[in-house]
Write a protein that binds this ligand. Structure first.
Ligand SMILES: [Zn+2]
Ligand SMILES: [Zn+2]
Length: 293
């Protein structure tokens, strides 16, 4: 991550946007390894340590639920100066209850997905507001505490958020709590210059959070932070939202399709005839996706 010199950053003051996965289906499945209450204990201690590092540091917590997203806590709110933890937990409880009421499906196969795309967009909107209202603003960064598997339907929205964060020079840090790696968050951290980490031992979650994710962007120049072992760069097709190794790309708008289409569903461009399988001519719209680098 190269910090921008053109922006007027206040030195070493951080604006940390923390996205908490509250998908009840995931936390139910993670009950034996990391109960939600224990996770919150680690996170609250971490948030307090961020606020202790610099009295001007700001922490904003956004919950990513199964049906909705919501702002849970903002340390700059004068009402939150006392009883921070109580206020946060109270709001979180309210959010989870409301999120549950929106749940129409009786049963969900597997742990389901949480609205990562929505919470990322909310974080970026908040950061944009800070950029526009305060001339000397803190250095923003986003930390995703995410456990649910990637929701393929959110691929386009998440990639748009990632590119928006990259453009605004906002790094996205990822701490993955689920059993699987998250290809979305691997790409998010890689593209925006954030740190991606999947802790092995959840008993020491606070240690991971405080040693890796509490560091401000200036300090990161001097630290050896975890490097990603590999990033899954595979894309999802726009038609079925499946993760694909090979696909067709619209040469006009770069939409990705798993099968040959007559017309691009995004921009309406009309494609030529499909190349026959054994044709030796160059298939100009067929592109090989980079696989697991
Ligand atoms: Zn498809
Ligand atoms: Zn197109």
């Amino acid at each position: 991550m190269t910090p921008v010199s053109s922006k007027l950053y206040a030195d070493d003051v951080s604006l940390l946007m923390v996205l908490i996965d509250t998908n009840p289906f995931f936390w139910n499945s993670a009950q034996s390894t990391l109960p939600f209450s224990k996770f919150l204990t680690h996170v609250l201690a971490f948030l307090n340590s961020i606020l202790l590092l610099n009295q001007m540091n700001q922490v904003v917590v956004i919950a990513a639920g199964y049906n909705s997203c919501g702002y849970i806590f903002d340390s700059s709110d004068p009402q939150n100066q006392n009883k921070r933890a109580e206020d946060l937990l109270h709001k979180l409880e309210e959010f989870v209850d409301n999120d549950q009421e929106l749940c129409r499906e009786e049963s969900v196969d597997g742990p389901g997905f949480s609205l990562l795309s929505g919470s990322l967009s909310m974080a970026l909107c908040y950061i944009q507001r800070v950029f526009r209202t305060v001339p000397l603003h803190p250095q923003p960064r986003i930390l995703c505490l995410h456990g649910s598997p990637d929701g393929p339907g959110q691929y386009v929205a998440i990639m748009n958020s990632i590119f928006s964060a990259q453009r605004s020079m906002v790094p996205i840090d990822s701490c993955v709590l689920g059993a699987q790696h998250s290809a979305f968050l691997q790409q998010a951290s890689y593209i925006t210059g954030g740190v991606y980490l999947k802790p092995q031992i959840f008993d020491g979650l606070f240690q991971y959070l405080s040693t890796v994710f509490a560091t401000d962007l200036h300090s990161r120049c001097f630290l050896q932070l975890p490097k990603p072992a590999g990033v899954d760069f595979r894309a999802s097709c726009f038609c079925h939202k499946n993760t694909i190794d090979m696909g067709y790309i619209c040469s006009v708008c770069l939409s990705i399709f798993c099968k040959h289409q007559k017309k691009c569903s995004t921009c309406g461009s009309v494609f030529g005839q499909a190349q026959t399988q054994n044709s030796s001519t160059t298939p100009d719209r067929k592109m090989k996706m980079p696989v697991d680098g």
